[in-house]
Design a protein around this ligand. Structure first.
Ligand code: GAR
Length: 205
């Protein structure tokens, strides 16, 4: 009997979303999933230290100097080595090609720090998203967790949560509120949703 979906988390930076996934797992809030690998797109990602602190294998697959094909081949090799079932993009800022994404249909989850379809698409990541939201003057923003398909920032939306924009917000202050109130809550929930679905599908196969 299959009991847990094997999860790889892809990261590029600080890894606070990874931290909350690991804490959720340790608190029993990810009963159908197990984080078996953390892949960082650069060697200095603090997320790798977080993985080590929680006893989860971490590996750096630096994009620089590699072609897109070689980069994705290296990622694919790591995923196969760890028998990964699903991927969580938790602040992973390297582009994955359509070719890679096609190998993982309905198996890649991404977190984006806005309410899609607002403030998403090419060039919209990290602080830039919050800068754009403040420039537009929206009163509510939030975060979205969605499955990734061939369309950038497309795919089925799994969860969304709204967060208030307050007078005087800077991009940094807004980013922190969106993380605390939405991202850190939604991502573990979405990971569990997909992990549960994978387990059910495997048990029925
Ligand atoms: C998060 O805010 C995440 O939503 C964003 O990068 C940050 C990573 O923080 N991702 C994107 O903008 C993807 N389009 P973390 O490394 O502390 O989890």
């Amino acid at each position: 009997m299959v009991t847990k979906a094997r999860i790889a988390v892809f990261v590029s930076g600080g890894g606070t979303n990874l931290e909350h996934l690991l804490l959720a797992q340790e608190a029993g809030q990810l009963p159908h999933g197990e984080i078996v690998l953390v892949c960082a797109s650069n060697e200095s990602a603090y997320a790798l230290t977080r993985a080590a602190n929680h006893g989860v294998p971490g590996v750096a697959v630096p994009k620089k100097q590699l072609t897109q094909e070689a980069f994705e081949a290296a990622l694919t090799e790591k995923l196969a080595e760890h028998r990964v079932d699903m991927i969580v993009l938790a602040g992973f800022l390297s582009i994955l090609s359509e070719n890679f994404v096609k190998q993982w249909p309905e198996r890649i989850v991404n977190i984006h720090p806005s309410l899609i379809p607002s403030f998403c698409g090419k060039g919209m990541y990290g602080l830039k998203v919050h800068e754009a939201a403040l420039a537009k003057g929206v009163k509510v923003t939030g975060a979205t967790v969605h499955l990734v398909n061939e369309i950038p920032d497309g795919g089925r939306i799994l969860l969304q949560k709204a967060v208030e924009v307050l007078p005087g917000d800077t991009p940094e202050v807004l980013q922190k509120r969106v993380m605390e109130q939405a991202e850190w809550v939604l991502l573990p929930q979405a990971a569990e949703l997909l992990a549960n679905q994978i387990v059910q599908e495997k048990e029925q196969a």
